[in-house]
Design a protein around this ligand. Structure first.
Ligand code: 13P
Ligand code: SF4
Length: 326
């Protein structure tokens, strides 16, 4: 009797076949096998952000989530090595919370336009200019910038962090739009910076209006790094994890996620019955991480994240204060 050869790792391919052409799969499957084996050998875990591609997110990641979840999980993981499938500031945050562990970032050029927009000297200047106003720093920044700050926040807890301070005025850096969106929610006066996410600043309110016209009934979900007029025109705004749980809870039949492209790819795999309209933008930094360079990172133990101990101690304080909020 003739038998049909199974595709390699057919179990996993079943999950991601809507997003990955069959012709590409054998190469991915070989990397996935190698990564599985290397994870055991190195006692390593892979933490992956929600913007990672489906073959990373669904096939090799041990933990997936938004920046807040990754920071919390980084604190809890029981492993010698953490591979951060995400951008550099996320790997630095994992290292701050795990100084004794080896933290690897598969590509050191996986940066972030927000992290690039501000320096430690800028933060010191803001502190001098607004004496007494606490400095809330988005985690999308370098450890050196966090070290100059009073407390960090993510898009998942920005409102709670600002409210926890109980003051009428705060400095919130470097994302101008996140700060304005939080100011609108909290009524707290927020002094901000001119940093923008190069992915989310490209969405406009007219795009939301067009979506509603072209796709009647569409539910529009926006990340709070989008300009305030986009958030206002949307049905819901939240961190990548909040967007994902909104979809799980409300199951909107037709929806559009105003955020990075892999978000829709990853959630669409979980909810194939929903119609995803995809007006997304790619984050070139997130896309630098591939199965190939994750495999090489684990084979060669490159690129290890290192933070000088004095900066790390001050930056850790700001991150830990944030984690204590909620
Ligand atoms: P989240 O914390 O919502 O996952 O966002 C991180 C990020 O970089 C969004 O652009
Ligand atoms: Fe930075 Fe924007 Fe990319 Fe997120 S999506 S990592 S904020 S550039």
């Amino acid at each position: 009797m003739a038998t049909t050869a199974l595709a390699p790792r057919e179990d996993l391919y079943g999950k991601v076949s809507q997003q990955i052409p069959a012709i590409e799969w054998p190469v991915f499957a070989a990397d996935i096998d190698a990564i599985d084996e290397l994870k055991k050998r190195r006692n390593a875990v892979i933490l992956a952000h929600n913007y990672q591609t489906p073959e990373i997110y669904h096939c090799v990641a041990d933990i997936v989530g938004d920046s807040l979840a990754l920071a919390r999980e980084a604190q809890r993981v029981d492993a010698d090595v953490i591979v951060l499938a995400g951008v550099h500031f996320m790997a630095e945050t994992a290292k701050l919370l795990n100084p004794e562990k080896t933290v690897l970032i598969p590509d050191t050029h996986a940066g972030c336009s927000l992290a690039e927009s501000i320096t430690p000297e800028d933060v010191r200047m803001l502190r001098r200019s607004y004496p007494g106003a606490p400095i809330v720093t988005y985690v999308n920044t370098s450890a050196a910038v966090k070290a100059e700050s009073d407390i960090c926040c993510t898009s998942g807890n920005a409102r709670a962090v600002v409210e926890s301070l109980g003051v009428p005025r705060v400095i919130m850096i470097p994302d101008e739009y996140l700060a304005k969106n939080v100011a609108a929610e909290t009524g707290v006066e927020i002094i901000t910076w001119k940093g923008h996410c190069e992915v989310h600043e490209r969405f406009g309110a007219e795009e939301v209006a067009q979506l509603r016209e072209d796709y009647p009934g569409v539910v529009v979900l926006a990340h709070p790094e989008c300009p305030p007029e986009v958030v206002e025109a949307s049905d819901f705004s939240g961190s990548t994890a909040a967007l994902s749980s909104y979809v799980g809870k409300n199951k909107p039949q037709r929806l559009a996620l105003l955020t990075e492209c892999s978000m829709s790819d990853n959630i669409a795999i979980q909810y194939p019955e929903l119609e995803f309209i995809r007006p997304c933008n790619l984050c070139p930094h997130m896309k630098r991480i591939t199965l190939k360079n994750i495999r090489v990172a684990l084979e060669t133990m490159r690129h290890e994240v290192a933070i000088d101990p004095v900066t790390a101690a001050r930056a850790r304080r700001a991150v830990e204060r944030m984690l204590a909020v909620r």
